[in-house]
Design a protein around this ligand. Structure first.
Ligand code: UDP
Length: 255
């Protein structure tokens, strides 16, 4: 049975103190848990999130989004800002665990008894990601892809497609917070899904549509700067992450 969660609370949101390796093992446990009653969470379905600094800022503004972040089975510490701010609170995450690395490592280990569905990203990207992932691990059983978008008018079509494919694992790339709002709203309508995870730009990275920052930048905690240079339109999000987030944590810490 899963041991109690070991979390650090940042702006009222529990973030799991896990290594990348532990996160992948938990995801594999959750996928198996559909068959084991004692693991049941929300009727055997697990919502996994990859919170970053902007998402935690958004949660201070949007109570519904915050509730979703508080109701997941696992929140992996996806941004370096979370690691720094945990330090300010006198706590420590073992390492940064990104969505894209987690998905890649998970897919290397997965066997064909857990069907996968890739939802979101621009037209053709999820399908291209599926081809790349199958090359990486021929045992992967990808039962469907759909570009789509998170709007309510498209939900019935997407849900029907997922229910027909019956995946155990659903990855949703609609960007935050839409992808996790979508999962929280529709998870009960797609009962085959044991694990649903919002993955942001993961399919773009896997297909090479977006380049990740060089390794030295990632190691130096500067991936956000690399993304800002490549996508200057993200400046508002980066401001939230590197200015607003630390400010909110610090005023709570010293209040
Ligand atoms: N996206 C989508 N439909 C939408 C909005 C976004 O499929 O209505 C996709 C977009 O193409 C991209 C992903 O969602 O693949 C969001 O990536 P982003 O870089 O914003 O996410 P991050 O990694 O920063 O969380």
């Amino acid at each position: 049975m899963r041991v109690p969660r070991n979390v650090i609370n940042l702006l009222g949101v529990p973030i799991d103190r896990v290594t990348s390796h532990e996160a992948v093992d938990l995801l594999l446990q959750f996928l198996e848990s559909g068959r084991l009653k004692r693991f049941f969470h929300m009727g055997g379905q697990h919502h996994v999130m990859t919170p970053n600094s902007e998402m935690l800022v958004e949660a201070t503004r949007d109570k519904h989004f915050k509730k979703i972040l508080q109701s997941t089975s696992l929140n992996i510490p996806d941004s370096v800002g979370l690691l720094y701010m945990a330090r300010v609170m006198g706590q420590k995450f073992p390492e940064r665990v990104t969505g894209v690395d987690t998905v890649t490592k998970l897919f290397k280990k997965m066997k064909d008894h857990h069907p996968v569905f890739l939802l979101g990203a621009a037209e053709g990207v999820a399908a291209k990601a599926a081809t790349k992932l199958k090359k990486m691990n021929p045992q992967l059983h990808i039962v469907g892809t759909h570009a789509g978008n998170p709007s309510d008018k498209d939900a019935d079509e997407i849900i029907a497609k997922i229910n027909k494919a019956k995946p155990h694992l659903l990855l949703v790339a609609f960007g935050a917070p839409q992808q996790d709002l979508w999962i929280a709203k529709h998870l009960y309508s797609i009962p085959s899904v044991r694990v649903a995870m919002g993955v942001g730009g993961t399919f773009d990275f896997i297909t090479g549509r977006q380049k990740r920052a060089p390794l030295w930048m990632r190691k130096a905690g500067l991936e956000w700067l690399g993304r800002l240079i490549r996508q200057p339109t993200r400046v508002g999000r980066i401001f939230k992450a590197v200015v607003v987030f630390p400010y909110l944590v610090l005023i709570r810490r010293f209040r």
